[in-house]
Design a protein around this ligand. Structure first.
Ligand SMILES: [Ca+2]
Length: 175
């Protein structure tokens, strides 16, 4: 009986893993976030991380959010992907800040450590609230040429959303 249960558990786990990566190469992964767990406009729907060779020397993060067409100031007021390039330490090394500003910061223990990565290295954010498509493109040299990466995203404003959950990353995306 124990063997049967173990076998079923293993099959279930295998199915879940297959489900996550199905239809995509392992160095590009799309993660779903819970819907309606944040106020309208701040709700994150999904996070796609492209760490593939087809992205050339860039890491691409696509964050899907609610669609809306309100005039500025657009909400979410801030959309911040956190990027972990070096496990298994506790937190991310970088945070892309799309707020009033548009910068890549170094962070430590999830907090800004004061250092900003020069914009000369060419990172950019492309935010389209009407389509709910928010794209962050970061040349790998801005991140010190990482291998695998993992990402968490926070939207902020009056109330925000965390994808996957507060200070919790989605799975690793290999290079
Ligand atoms: Ca959500």
């Amino acid at each position: 009986m124990r063997t049967t249960r173990t076998a079923i558990a293993m099959l279930t786990a295998a199915g879940l893993v297959f489900g996550v990566t199905s239809g995509a190469v392992a160095n590009t992964r799309k993660f779903a976030d819970r819907l309606n767990d944040a106020p309208h406009r701040a709700d994150i729907h999904s996070v796609k991380v492209d760490n593939s060779t087809t992205a050339r020397n860039k890491l691409k993060v696509l964050v899907r959010t609610d669609r809306f067409t309100a005039p500025p100031p657009a909400f979410p007021a801030c959309l911040n992907p956190f990027i972990d390039v070096r496990g298994p330490n506790a937190g991310p090394e970088y945070k892309f800040v799309f707020c009033q500003d548009n910068i890549l910061r170094r962070v430590k223990n999830w907090r800004d450590n004061g250092n900003i990565v020069s914009q000369n290295c060419g990172y950019r954010a492309s935010i389209d609230p009407a389509a709910g498509r928010n794209r962050f493109v970061i040349p790998r040299k801005c991140l010190n040429g990482p291998g695998r990466v993992r990402v968490a995203v926070r939207s902020t404003g009056q109330n925000g959303d965390w994808a996957k959950a507060r200070r919790t990353f989605y799975g690793w995306v290999r290079r």
